[in-house]
Design a protein around this ligand. Structure first.
Ligand code: SF4
Length: 171
């Protein structure tokens, strides 16, 4: 594993330990397989650092050919929508298996997907309405959110600036 991949992997581990801590404090935390709410309500298809794109591309290349064709179709449809300025408000991620409500590239998913629902930044919640409802119902009490700003800075150190979806697939 080269140095950058190792650093990205270390960041995954750091995030995972916060995720596990929140899960342990709150049984039945909503972010789990079967809930694909955030994957269906993106503002824009993923913009990722080069090292994350490398991991995503490798994972897509490992999918069965029929699955790769579906992902490719979705990517092309999104590229066309972007070119036409017609993206809409809720973008469905092209890597989502919509029938199963599961990520096709789960082990290679971007850092933002790993932190969403478990991390927060000052003045910036990073979770959906369902988590908001959970907090309103049960209180914020035991939740120690991960520090999203620290993760963002670390990712920038590792991977540099994000490369947009259209730039990545347009090249
Ligand atoms: S990459 Fe996977 S986890 Fe992230 S938004 Fe897409 S489907 Fe969801």
């Amino acid at each position: 594993m080269n140095e950058l991949r190792q650093q990205l992997h270390n960041l995954d581990q750091r995030i995972e330990s916060r995720v596990q801590a929140i899960r342990a404090e709150r049984d039945g935390w909503l972010c789990k397989r079967g809930c694909d709410y955030c994957c269906r309500h993106l503002d824009h298809p993923p913009d990722l650092t080069a090292i994350e794109w490398e991991r995503v591309d490798a994972a897509v290349a490992q999918l069965p050919v029929s699955e790769q064709a579906i992902v490719e179709q979705k990517i092309n449809a999104l590229l066309q929508q972007i070119a036409e300025g017609n993206l809409g408000l809720s973008v469905v991620c092209p890597y989502l298996n919509e029938q199963e409500g599961a990520c096709r590239i789960y082990d290679a998913r971007p850092i933002a997907c790993r932190t969403y629902g478990f991390f927060a930044a000052r003045h910036e919640e990073q979770y959906c309405q369902q988590i908001r409802d959970e907090i309103a119902h049960r209180g914020e009490g035991t939740i120690v959110w991960g520090n999203a700003e620290a993760i963002r800075k670390k990712l920038e150190q590792i991977g540099g600036a994000a490369v947009s979806f259209e730039q990545h697939y347009g090249d």
